[in-house]
Write a protein that binds this ligand. Structure first.
Ligand code: SAH
Ligand code: SF4
Length: 342
């Protein structure tokens, strides 16, 4: 059996080689998208053999394709046998977005999220995050396409694994390798304050998205336990600081759950709350309304309700977008990733 991808020794192994070898290896791995080091014909045989032994690049994945073929969910088996899910969304205009996981499971247990329900296994290391992108890049190469954006909206809370998430972005951003511009990355967080503060200091222009989902602490704590530690006011004040420092636009995510957080009153509250805290800096925020994907407990809001909710926000001068739903039939939509086999 071939070993699963393990690039822990990658940088180390090239320390003894002339510097151009590392460049060649990155080109082979990220641009030519080789699937075995034997294909790296620029390398002498003994180096290829050493790479095969110490840095296997075989990805063990099972792909599930949605009926409309726009979404592919892959169940990847990591080097220690743990399984994670990752999703490719193919847009009609040719863009390809990968929704990556940053943790196996999630320790935060939000009540509406399937990942939260499965509990927490461990943080992914940076190469395990990168592996998800390489997998889909290989697949897209065969169809003449490439990955054009990456969102940290798969399993896990990226800011509870901050260092590995940022290292993964750096690896993928590297000009000699995958070379994807920082603006094409987005990180979604429940509002881990330390993470937002650290991201503001990064030199890379990564996009930030914050999962708010409720305009008042009582309700937010009920559906997201993490609100007890990071309540709305402190999260939004940190976002305000972030906007002031970076001048970057932030996405506020809001799940539309029937009869829970989708009333006219909630829309008015959400409008005044965000305007009060976030509008001082030229309205550098917008609200993304997300259709709730059923995971057992709640029901999604109806189309008319979402329309009315949106109108109230817009009447208050707030920019609103709506998230298109991908891959529901293969349990690949937001919040449905739980590492189970269909
Ligand atoms: N842990 C991070 C990132 C992963 S979840 C976070 O929570 O932000 C990515 C997005 O999917 C979040 O906005 C999350 O609230 C949302 N989500 C979770 N469960 C969902 C569901 N059942 N339907 C739709 N979106 C969901
Ligand atoms: Fe974790 Fe995000 Fe799911 Fe909450 S919504 S349980 S933070 S992955």
């Amino acid at each position: 059996m071939r070993l699963n991808m393990n690039l822990d020794q990658f940088d180390n192994l090239f320390k003894k080689e002339p510097s151009f070898r590392l460049k060649q290896a990155k080109k082979a791995l990220f641009q030519n998208l080789i699937e075995s080091w034997q294909e790296a014909s620029v390398f002498p045989l003994n180096l290829r053999k050493e790479l095969e032994d110490k840095c296997p690049i075989n990805i063990s994945a099972k792909d599930f394709i949605s009926k409309d073929k726009d979404t592919i969910k892959s169940l990847i088996t990591l080097k220690d046998g743990l399984k994670i899910e990752t999703v490719l969304m193919r847009h009609k205009d040719g863009r390809n977005t990968v929704c990556v996981s940053s943790q196996a499971g999630c320790p935060l247990g939000c009540s509406f999220c399937a990942t939260g329900k499965m509990g927490f296994k461990r943080n992914l290391d940076s190469w395990e995050i990168v592996e998800q992108i390489i997998h889909f890049s290989r697949l897209l190469k065969k169809k003449g396409g490439k990955v054009t954006s990456i969102v940290f909206m798969g399993m896990g809370e990226p800011f509870l694994n901050y260092d590995n998430v940022i290292s993964a972005v750096k690896i993928l951003n590297d000009k000699d390798g995958f070379n994807l511009g920082a603006r094409h990355f987005s990180i979604s967080t429940v509002g881990i304050i330390e993470g937002i503060k650290n991201l503001a200091k990064e030199s890379m222009q990564i996009n930030l998205a914050v999962s708010l989902h409720a305009p008042e602490d009582g309700l937010r704590s009920r559906i997201m336990q993490v609100n007890r530690k990071y309540p709305i006011k402190s999260v939004l004040n940190t976002v305000e600081e972030y906007i002031k420092e970076t001048k970057r636009r932030v996405m506020i995510e809001y799940l539309m759950i029937r009869d829970v957080n989708d009333s006219d009153e909630m829309a008015e509250k959400l409008a005044s709350l965000t305007k009060k805290t976030l509008s001082a800096n030229n309205n550098l925020f917008f609200i993304n309304l997300i259709t709730y994907n059923p995971t057992g407990i709640f029901q999604p809001s109806g189309t008319e309700r979402i329309k009315k909710f949106r109108e109230i926000l817009e009447k208050n001068g707030i920019s609103v977008t709506q998230r298109f739903r991908f891959g529901e039939d293969i349990d690949a939509a937001c919040g449905q990733l739980a590492g189970k086999q269909i």
